[in-house]
Design a protein around this ligand. Structure first.
Ligand code: GLU
Length: 468
């Protein structure tokens, strides 16, 4: 039997990191079993049926390494509506589903419980279709439904506790539970790996599989991802969109490595490993049962490691979107013709060891391409006091007279300026750094000044002095 897995997102306008994790888990399983990965867009909710949202899903998958053309699909759930209706009709025809005219309030009034499931009121009334009647699945009164779950073991549900759930609304439109099952059947899906929040749906869906005469798939419900407060990651509270990580300058390779470490680890006490190792070693049945903490700090540190491992030309290529701007990444603060690739290349290795996300490149190099540096007020307030004026004056004078404009002699100048005032180099450097780069943190100062050049450096030192 060929393994066929699927990723079945509902378009929401952004790609949740948890979705990326599910997609990768399915993808890896398909790779390991020489199986097929199917992409199905669950777009039956008309409000969610926007082509650009679907395109966003495909682009996000592409970015994370599940490339267009390497999988089957995308299929669109909306184009299988006739199959969903046929399945509903068949279940009704076989007496496995019945029409129900109850409103939610009727059920609450009868049971006296806001949260109760359906009480079976219309079960044996033999109602026909019509009048906004919903179609309900007749769940078995006895026995139990055992879910084969590679992550969870064998979750077992007593059938008498499973309510007669709705499979098609009053207007005939099928619900998620049914449409999702029918599509999985049509597409020959053998394994369903998805988020744990769907586990309560699973016994219902498994009953549908059986009622429609098919062997259910093997399931795998993966624990949810939580934030530092152990709350489920939510788009209102947390940064969850894969696109926003991408646009901030997380590398796809770092992101997918990190996502796979949620609840799992490769052999040998390693965390950062080539993707091929993950593809070999990842086992969905080893994924921890506890919710996984999405630790953005750790992801950042990871990303920094990945950035440092890039070859210089790769690093420059990776920075390009932030040096130019794109549809989704803001343009940098300098004008495009002020950018000088040679200058950038000269300082890029210094920046590469310092940044954790690629977007930070802009604030490390902007002083090189702007007429005036961006002035960080907090840095200014801290550095431009005490002997700052004197230091700036003395430094500018000595720089002006310096013959060899390179890092070592530039540094020697500042050491002398400091020595004459009994100041450590750090203290002497502070106002100079802020005058020249605008900020108190950045690239090594003397290399920066060397690359910036004499004229701009002197102008900035004098301007800062005048502003004191
Ligand atoms: N469209 C559903 C979702 O995005 C799919 C669930 C499933 O994988 O079965 O949650």
């Amino acid at each position: 039997m060929t393994v066929r897995v699927r990723f079945a997102p509902s378009p929401t306008g952004m790609f949740h990191v948890g979705g990326a994790r599910s997609a990768l888990q399915n993808w890896i399983y398909a790779q390991q079993h020489e199986g097929v990965f199917v992409l199905r867009i669950e777009d039956t909710d008309a409000a969610r049926n926007r082509p650009e949202w679907t395109e966003g899903i495909i682009a996000a998958l592409d970015w994370i390494g599940i490339e267009r053309g390497a999988y089957e699909g995308p299929y669109y759930q909306s184009s299988y509506a006739a199959d969903h209706t046929a399945a509903a009709t068949r279940l009704y025809g076989e007496g496995k589903a019945y029409y129900c005219g109850c409103k939610r309030d009727d059920v609450i009034a009868r049971t006296g419980n806001q949260h109760s499931g359906y009480d079976g009121f219309c079960r044996d009334k033999n109602l026909g279709p019509g009048d906004g009647r919903a179609l309900r699945f007749r769940t078995p009164d006895e026995g139990e439904t055992v879910v084969e779950d590679l992550v969870r073991g064998k979750p077992t549900f007593e059938n008498k506790l499973i309510e007669d759930f709705v499979i098609a609304r009053g207007d005939g439109s099928p619900l998620f539970l049914l449409a999702n099952v029918v599509d999985d059947m049509t597409m020959g899906i053998t394994h369903v790996f998805r988020a744990e929040e769907h586990l309560p749906n699973t016994p219902k869906q498994q009953l549908l599989w059986e009622a429609l005469g098919h062997t259910p798939p093997v399931w795998g419900h993966v624990p949810v991802i939580v934030n530092e407060k152990r709350q489920k990651l939510s788009k209102r509270r947390d940064k969850v969109a894969l696109e926003s990580y991408r646009d901030e300058g997380y590398l796809a390779a770092a992101m997918r490595n990190y996502l796979m470490l949620l609840g799992w680890a490769p052999s040998g006490d390693r965390e950062i490993v080539p993707w091929s190792v993950i593809e070999d070693e990842y086992r969905i049945d080893e994924v921890n049962h506890a919710p996984a903490f999405f630790d953005v700090k750790k992801l950042r540190a990871f990303n920094g490691d990945y950035i440092r491992a890039l070859a210089p030309d790769e690093f420059a290529a990776c920075c390009a979107p932030w040096l130019q701007g794109t549809d989704t990444i803001p343009a940098p603060p300098w004008s495009p013709d002020a950018f000088d690739l040679q200058v950038f290349t000269a300082v890029a290795p210094l920046a590469q060891t310092r940044i954790a996300v690629l977007s930070e490149i802009v604030e490390y190099v902007d002083f090189l391409f702007l007429d005036e540096p961006v002035r960080d007020e907090a840095s200014w307030a801290k550095a431009m006091k005490g002997p700052a004026a004197e230091i700036l004056d003395a430094t500018a004078d000595a720089f002006e007279a310096l013959e060899d404009w390179s890092a070592e002699p530039l540094k020697a100048v500042l050491e002398d300026v400091g020595l004459a005032r009994e100041l450590k180099l750090g203290k002497t450097q502070a106002p100079v750094r802020v005058a020249v780069t605008g900020r108190s943190v950045g690239l090594p100062l003397f290399e920066s000044i060397e690359v910036l050049g004499r004229e701009k450096t002197l102008r900035r030192l004098r301007a800062a002095r005048a502003a004191l």
